[in-house]
Design a protein around this ligand. Structure first.
Ligand code: SAH
Length: 486
C-alpha cells in the first residue's frame, strides 16, 4: 500500500486552501461537505467562492501580495490541520508544500503527486456510508471509472440503511447479547428482501420492520424465519437490449434475485448481468413453440415468492407497456405477495433514439401514440380490431406500432383508406439498440415492399410520421463499430 486510507474528522477544524480558482472551488466544496472551517489564501476569488465568503460559508479570505506570501504562510501555518495548494504557480505550490511539510501538516498540491503528503480519492458518498477509491495518483481517470461502476452498484439509499442500523444498534445489542447471534441477525436483516424495503420506506416503518424481524428471530432457525417473512417479486423492465440502457435499480435487483423469469426480448447481454447462481427460467416463446400461458407465469411468480424467494420478473422494454405487467401484479395482489416495479426504457423511445428519429418535433409532430399491432400472444397475428384508424391517420403526430410487422400490409392499407398520404415517411427499426440494429426507411406507399426486399424480422418497431424522415440526417448509431470494438 502506497497510502493508508483514513477518514478524517474535519468538523469545525481549520483548513487552508491556497488559490481561488475553479480547482480551489472543487476542493472547497469537498471540505465544506466535511464540515471544515475554510480559509482561502488567494489574490482573487471565483464568483462562487466569493458568494460563499459573503454568506459566511468560507470562514476567512486572506488576499496576499506575492512578496509577502511565504511570510504570511509561515506565520499562520500552525493554525491549520490540513493544507491544499490549488494554484497554477509552481513557485507558490512548492512553497506551500515546503512550509506545510516543515510544520508536519498534511498537504496536497493538486495534480502534483510528488508534492503531496496525502491524496484525494474518488468518493462515493452515501453518507454515512462513504467509499473512497484511489490509484495512488497514478491514474485518476481509472479511479473515476471505478467510481462510476460502484455508483451503479450501490443503492442511492444505502446511507439510510446505515443510519437505521445505527439507530437500532443499542436496542439490538440489548435484545441479543450474544455477539454471534447478533451478527447473524444483522446479516440476515441486511441481506433480506427487507433491506431493500427499509431503504424505500420512511424510518418509522423501517424501524417497525426491523423490530418485527427481531421478534421472529431465533438463532437456530434462519430458513424458517426467511420463509415466514415471505419473498418478493421485482417486476423489472430490462430495456430494449443494449445492457447500458438498464437502470441502476434494475441491475441491483437482478443481482440480488434468487430466481429470474425472463422473456424472449431480454437480450443475452442483459441476462449475463443476472446474479450467477440465480435460477433462470425462460418463459417466452421460441420459434414455433408456444410460450407459457400467462396464467402459468402468474402461478410461478406467486409460488416462488411464497417459498420466501426474491423473484425477478425480467421483461423487455418497460413492464407496463405492452408487457402484461399489470396482469402479473394483479395476481400477486390476490395472493398477497409483495412486489416492486422498475420501469425500463421502452422500445419506442429506445429505437427512436438509436435511429435518430425524434418522436416529437415542433415542426412535425405534436403528439405521440403507442399502439399494439396485434392482440394475441399465442403466435397468431390478428390485427387489433379495436383500433381507431381515423385518429391514427391524422397529420402532425407520430404513431408507433409495437408488434406490428406481421400486420404491416393491413396497417398501411387501413391508414391509406383513412386518408394518410402515400408519401408519409415510415421507419422500421429492427433489433433496436442491439449490435444487429437495422433501419428500413420508406413511405406509406412502399414500406411493405421495402420490408419484403430487406427481409425484416422480429423484433421490429414501426414508426409512422414526418419525423421518420429525419433518420436520414440524424442517424448516428453505427452497430458494426460497436461490434468491432467488443
Ligand atoms: N414491453 C416492451 C414491449 C413488448 S411488445 C417494451 O416496452 O418495449 C413486443 C414488441 O416490442 C415487439 O414486437 C417490437 O415491436 C417491440 N420491440 C421490443 N424490443 C425491440 C427492439 N429491441 N427493437 C425493435 N422493436 C422492439
Amino acid at each position: 500500500m502506497d497510502h493508508l486510507p483514513i477518514f478524517l474528522n474535519l468538523q469545525q477544524r481549520r483548513c487552508l486552501i491556497v488559490g481561488g480558482g475553479a480547482v480551489a472551488l472543487r476542493k472547497a466544496e469537498l471540505l465544506r461537505q466535511a464540515g471544515a472551517q475554510i480559509t482561502l489564501l488567494a489574490t482573487e476569488l471565483h464568483p462562487q467562492l466569493l458568494s460563499w465568503h459573503e454568506a459566511g460559508t468560507i470562514e476567512r479570505w486572506l488576499p496576499y501580495a506575492a512578496k509577502d506570501f511565504a511570510d504570511l504562510l509561515n506565520e499562520r501555518i500552525n493554525t491549520f490541520v490540513l493544507v491544499i495548494a490549488a494554484t497554477d504557480d509552481a513557485v507558490i505550490n512548492q512553497t506551500v508544500h515546503d512550509v506545510a511539510q516543515a510544520a508536519n501538516i498534511p498537504v496536497n498540491v493538486v495534480d502534483q503527486p510528488a508534492l503531496c503528503s496525502f491524496i484525494f480519492p474518488s468518493i462515493i458518498d452515501r453518507s454515512p456510508v462513504i467509499i473512497a477509491a484511489s490509484t495512488g495518483g497514478r491514474a485518476p481517470v481509472l479511479a473515476r471509472l471505478l467510481r462510476e461502476k460502484l455508483e451503479g452498484l450501490i443503492p442511492q439509499h444505502y446511507g439510510k440503511l446505515a443510519t437505521l442500523a445505527g439507530a437500532l444498534r443499542a436496542q439490538i445489542k440489548q435484545a441479543l447479547p450474544d455477539i454471534t447471534v447478533r451478527r447473524r441477525f444483522w446479516e440476515q436483516l441486511l441481506r433480506s428482501p427487507y433491506a431493500d424495503q427499509l431503504m424505500q420506506t420512511n424510518s418509522v416503518d423501517a424501524k417497525h420492520i426491523a423490530e418485527n424481524l427481531l421478534t421472529h428471530y431465533t438463532g437456530e432457525n434462519h430458513q424458517h424465519t426467511a420463509n415466514k417473512m415471505g419473498g418478493e417479486v421485482y417486476l423489472v423492465g430490462a430495456g430494449p437490449g443494449d445492457p447500458e440502457l438498464l437502470t441502476f435499480r434494475a441491475l441491483r435487483l437482478m443481482q440480488q434475485a434468487d430466481v429470474v423469469l425472463y422473456d424472449k426480448l431480454v437480450s443475452d447481454e442483459v441476462l449475463n448481468l443476472v446474479r450467477r447462481d440465480a435460477e433462470k427460467i425462460f418463459v417466452g416463446k421460441t420459434q414455433g413453440c408456444h410460450s407459457k400461458p400467462q396464467s402459468e407465469i402468474n402461478r410461478l411468480l406467486v409460488e416462488y415468492a411464497q417459498q420466501g424467494k426474491r423473484v425477478c420478473r425480467l421483461k423487455g422494454g418497460d413492464p407496463f407497456i405492452f408487457g402484461r405487467g399489470g396482469e402479473e401484479l394483479q395476481s400477486l395482489v390476490a395472493a398477497k405477495v409483495r412486489f416492486q416495479v422498475v420501469p425500463g426504457i421502452t422500445a419506442a423511445t429506445a429505437c427512436a433514439a438509436y435511429a435518430g428519429i425524434p418522436l416529437t418535433h415542433r415542426d412535425h409532430a405534436q403528439s405521440l401514440i403507442f399502439v399494439t399491432g396485434h392482440l394475441r400472444e399465442d403466435g397468431e397475428f390478428i390485427l387489433n380490431g379495436s383500433l381507431d384508424w381515423q385518429t391514427l391517420s391524422k397529420p402532425q403526430q407520430t404513431v408507433v406500432f409495437y408488434m406490428g410487422l406481421k400486420n404491416l400490409a393491413q396497417i398501411t392499407e387501413q391508414l391509406r383508406a383513412h386518408g394518410m398520404p402515400d408519401v408519409m415517411p415510415i421507419a422500421i427499426v429492427e433489433n433496436g439498440t442491439r449490435v444487429n440494429q437495422r433501419v428500413i426507411s420508406g413511405t406509406l406507399a412502399n414500406i411493405v415492399q421495402q420490408t419484403e426486399n430487406n427481409d425484416a424480422s422480429q423484433p421490429s418497431l414501426i414508426i409512422i410520421g414526418e419525423v421518420a424522415a429525419l433518420h436520414e440526417s440524424l442517424q448516428w448509431f453505427v452497430p458494426e463499430l460497436i461490434e468491432n470494438s467488443v
